[in-house]
Design a binder for this molecule. Structure first.
Ligand code: ADP
Ligand code: MG
Length: 730
């Protein structure tokens, strides 16, 4: 008899993969890039000039497309282009509150009524779709009897072709709203928040005499962490298959303690898979740049070059999709869960964020002498103020059952939101608080000690990996985002809280300068305003070790919130100040916020419940039988030993420990089964709370006992692939 585990390992040992799929000598990167995208260049070639201009005006300046003729012309060009690329269908792709993407395909085919057919795609079909919305989470916004939901074309994110074995599909990025116009997705609020920020930021840009810029974009470069393990392990692990993480698994003898994985050589099969992922992403116009091994065994990271937040969000969703699909081709599975394996690093997404004018100026670029870069200081202080004022909103934007296993654990940022500025900026902010900053600590050069080496320029400050929100040269990096998240949510919050801050500062400055447009007057106004803001906000600035116990105590002294888990964080969404903020900047209505509060609560309950039920089933049908088989073997051995007239004392002790552990394991299984079967109240938040308080602790107990059995039961009887195998067999 073979166990599923043995079968998995056998399959891995005997399967060969053809790793040479792409020859980059013939498939040149720069020629691959964007070939599947209805890009600006394609638009220019294929659209009548006035149509192209109108579309570009929408994309670059946010002007609304009002002329239906434009949509018709775009649709027609898109269709021809798509069919040339082998597309048979089109789809409106949207991002419902599941956190995933959704799509429904329609064919281009239209029968003529005389027995033949033509291909058709109208402006109307491009602009609006009507999927049945009743099966997507709405958090109470819509009852099933009023199921109408609409998808609406987002012209600012280009359409693209998705290739598949039997024909391609034209994919059109869209928003998803209810019949009442309320957001049912992650894109709509993000677009609204980008607009809010643009409106506010442009006021400051104008104060500094820039009349050329018309719009300010937020920019994002998300660094994506993930695991790749052999797919056969997934088949043998119901927990990985159903929940994306292991619910049992004893700590292996070797984990990540040797620190030999980070930036290590990438295994061949993994590298081949990455290369194909990247080629796919290039074709889709995703500017992937970096790949490397991460800290945990079998953990990796991929990072693109930053883009505007809307596009970056769409591209990150697509990145996750391409990785999942490509991994399968190489017999691998891409795990995007925040904590697939207990006891080793989890996965996050570092959300690098900045603001940039439509003329290409990065507003958080300090330049060489930040101390006299007043515009930079204003924007930077605005961000600091926003984080200090709304840390709980940032916290709740990254809250999920999965991320709860990661945040606050010893390798991820703590649940306490603080900012790391780095030595140089910290020094300037301290000067600023006291008066006019006069100097910038220089970076200089490093002495490496060997004259043959070129001189290396030194950054003015070191890095800090423990901070959830860090200034990293010309951008802020929000590191608490979970690896499986859509970055739409966290960026919506970030954009909105910074909008409020910029609005506050712009209003004060505009009032102070009045009609006086001189630089001196503006500088004085800034000088008068910023120190006070910094004094109020500096409690959130922390440059030390965010993992340490001292910081937890210090943060408490400073009055910084520490929302330890999702259930603690969720009520922030509907708190009065949150509602005021989001409605003021027209990012969410109160109903939309309530709906999200309900959806996130429900999602928490569902995720934990699925995990708990999976655990119970694994306990009953995999672990217990293995334990009992072993118990039988030991009992037989004890009897046989006794019958032979030999003392079996030690073996009997072993049998006793084994049966006692199995008995406890059975009791813990029954307890969890009972806890997870209790009736829900129907109030999503109350249910989330009850789930956290009654189900989670039982899961922890059961796991401890299951993992103990793994260390006792004979290895040849153990049915589940172990951590050692999943993480190290490549
Ligand atoms: P670091 O080493 O500090 O993490 P990198 O240069 O590797 O910095 O960049 C990390 C990510 O930050 C990349 O995705 C990069 O494109 C992105 N990034 C750089 N500049 C900006 C910016 N102005 N706005 C948003 N993201 C940015
Ligand atoms: Mg980084």
């Amino acid at each position: 008899m073979t166990t599923p585990r043995q079968a998995a390992i056998q399959a891995i040992a005997t399967t060969e993969y053809d790793l040479n799929q792409i020859d980059f000598r013939t498939a040149h990167l720069k020629e691959l890039f964007g070939t599947l995208v209805f890009s600006e260049e394609v638009q220019k070639q294929r659209l009548p000039k006035p149509v192209f201009k109108a579309l570009q005006k929408t994309i670059k300046q946010g002007a609304q497309l009002t002329d239906p003729a434009v949509a018709d012309a775009v649709a027609s060009a898109m269709k021809d282009w798509a069919i040339e690329h082998g597309a048979t269908h089109f789809t409106h792709l949207f991002q419902p509150m599941t956190g995933l993407t959704a799509e429904k395909h329609d064919s281009f085919l239209a029968p003529t009524g005389t027995g033949s057919a033509v291909s058709e795609f109208s402006g109307k079909e491009l602009v609006k779709g009507e999927p049945d919305a009743s099966s997507f989470p709405s958090g109470g916004i819509r009852a099933t009897f009023e199921a109408r939901g609409y998808t609406g074309w987002d012209p600012t994110s280009p359409a693209y072709i998705r290739e598949a074995p039997n024909g391609a599909t034209l994919v059109i990025p869209t928003v998803f709203v209810s019949w009442t116009g309320e957001a049912l997705d992650k894109k709509t609020p993000l677009l609204r928040s980008m607009e809010a920020l643009s409106q506010q930021a442009i006021r400051i840009v104008k104060l500094f005499g820039n009349t050329e810029a018309k719009k300010v974009f937020t920019t994002v470069g998300p660094e994506q962490e993930y695991f790749l393990i052999d797919k056969n392990f997934l088949y043998a692990r119901p927990d990985l298959l159903n929940c994306g993480r292991t619910l049992f698994g004893a700590k292996p003898a070797k984990g990540q303690e040797l620190e030999d994985q980070y930036f290590g050589t990438i295994p061949e099969r993994v590298l081949a898979c990455m290369a194909e992922c990247e080629a796919e992403m290039f074709k889709l116009g995703i500017p992937v740049k970096t790949r490397h091994n991460e800290v945990a065994p079998s953990q990796y990271e991929i990072a693109p070059i930053f883009e505007d937040s809307n596009l970056a969000t769409d591209h990150n969703q697509l990145t996750m999709d391409v990785m999942r699909r490509t991994a399968e081709k190489y017999g691998l599975v891409c795990l995007l869960h925040e904590k697939p394996f207990a006891g080793i690093n989890g996965s996050g997404k570092h959300n690098n964020w900045s603001m940039s004018t439509d003329t290409g100026e990065n507003l958080l670029n300090p330049g060489d002498t930040p101390h006299d870069n007043a515009q930079f200081l204003v924007f930077c202080v605005a961000v600091i103020r926003a984080v200090a004022k709304y840390p709980e909103l940032l916290r709740v934007s990254v809250a999920s059952a999965g991320n709860d296993h990661r945040l606050g654990a010893n390798e991820a940022p703590p649940a306490i939101i603080s900012i790391f500025l780095g030595a140089q900026l910290q020094d300037i902010m301290e000067q600023l608080e006291k008066g006019k900053p006069e100097k910038t600590i220089p970076g200089g050069f490093m002495e490496v000690g060997a004259s043959v080496l070129p001189k290396l320029p030194r950054d003015a400050g070191d890095r800090n990996r423990t901070s959830p929100f860090a200034f990293t040269g010309n951008k802020f990096e929000f590191r608490a985002v979970g690896s499986s998240f859509s970055i739409g949510g966290p960026n919506t919050v970030l954009n909105t809280i910074v909008s409020e801050s910029i609005d506050f500062i712009a209003t004060a400055l505009e009032k102070a300068v009045g009609d006086d447009k001189s630089e001196a007057r503006l500088n004085k106004a800034i000088q008068d305003l910023l120190p006070g803001i910094l004094k109020e906000s500096k409690k959130v600035v922390f440059n030390g070790d965010g993992y340490s116990d001292e910081w937890h105590k210090e943060a408490e002294k400073r009055g910084l919130p520490n929302l330890k888990n999702t259930v603690d964080a969720l009520p922030v969404i509907v708190r009065k100040d949150s509602v005021e903020l989001f409605t003021k900047y027209k990012v969410f209505t109160e109903r939309e916020l309530t709906s999200r509060y309900n959806i996130f609560s429900e999602k928490y309950v569902k995720e934990v419940t699925i995990e708990a039920n999976t655990m119970v089933s694994m306990a009953k049908t995999l672990i217990l039988p293995a334990g009992l088989r072993y118990q039988g073997e030991v009992a037989t051995a004890v009897n046989a030993t006794k019958a032979a007239g030999v003392d079996a004392g030690a073996q009997l002790d072993h049998l006793k420990e084994l049966t006692a552990t199995i008995a406890k394991f059975q009791a813990a299984t029954a307890d969890l089964d009972h806890a997870v079967s209790h009736k829900h109240s129907g109030d999503p938040y109350a249910d989330a709370k009850a789930t956290r308080d009654t189900v989670l602790p039982k899961m922890v107990e059961l796991r401890t006992l299951g993992d103990k059995l793994e260390t006792i039961v004979a290895d040849d009887l153990w049915p589940l692939p172990t951590y050692r195998e999943m993480l190290f067999i490549k």
